[in-house]
Design a protein around this ligand. Sequence first.
Ligand SMILES: NC(=O)c1ccc[n+]([C@@H]2O[C@H](COP(=O)([O-])OP(=O)(O)OC[C@H]3O[C@@H](n4cnc5c(N)ncnc54)[C@H](O)[C@@H]3O)[C@@H](O)[C@H]2O)c1
Length: 269
Amino acid sequence: MARLDGKSVLITGAARGQGAAHARRLVEEGAGVTIADLREDEGRALAEELGEAARFATLDVTDAARWASAVESAVAAFGRLDGLVNNAGMITVHSLESATVEEWDRVIAVNQTGVFHGMRAVIPEMRKAGSGSIVNIASVVAWSGAADFYSYAVSKWAVRGMTKSAALELAEPGIRVNTVAPGEIDTEMMTDMEAQGADPPDPKVVPLGRWGAAAEVSSAIVFLLSDEASYVTGAEIGVDGGLGVGPAVGPNPQLRPPRGTAPNEGMES
Ligand SMILES: NC(=O)c1ccc[n+]([C@@H]2O[C@H](COP(=O)([O-])OP(=O)(O)OC[C@H]3O[C@@H](n4cnc5c(N)ncnc54)[C@H](O)[C@@H]3O)[C@@H](O)[C@H]2O)c1
């Protein structure tokens, strides 16, 4: 039996990047998946590729009314809604001083208010079912700060707070709410940052010595959506190669053996 057999899950921002990887993996694990995104062509193409187990719903996560119809289409397709992955996000390269109010408002609207709308939109269906699992995507920068992505870092800190408060509020109806905090994951968000003039993050700064793959984040998502996580709520799982603990660079790098870029490379058996 697959780990998500019979479950219906809505994933935002699933037309590409990590969300698309999660959609693929969830279908492999037996779930029915609603791919919700602004990017209609990519989202529809992915849903078609995944076949009967997937549907596409057009959604701008900042629009509460569209949320209602996205939830309706998930329920119409799969008869229920067991899981929500609030994955849609955007990044703008700016500091506290250089951000325009419009940029600030847009990042907060998508990354923070979008999560607020999403959680509220799914609660009625999950209450009806007497259970549910919501996974909110934060970021490794929500454990520290990020001078060059001011609004992004702030919005991701908010996601952690919204998750913890929602976990307490929704425990009684049996809805679990958790955070996954990816580190440097190789998706088009990295390209978007570079297009805005930011240097790509240096893999050497990551304790495990490399960027992560979207599929590695999917594993944490599957766990939290599955019944294996039945006693896990309000938690935060970092999928960040250790970056959330601190950077790999210390004052005496010669004290450490050289690191490869592949997982487990150079480890003694
Ligand atoms: N890539 C990284 O290194 C990294 C690190 C930490 C956290 N994250 C977070 O992971 C999540 C996924 O990011 P990704 O790396 O796959 O980036 P991505 O840019 O490849 O994908 C983001 C997706 O969100 C969608 N989206 C953006 N605004 C939307 C809106 N208003 N309504 C609906 N959909 C919208 C986009 O169309 C896109 O499909 C985001 O929340 C991001 O902040 C990414």
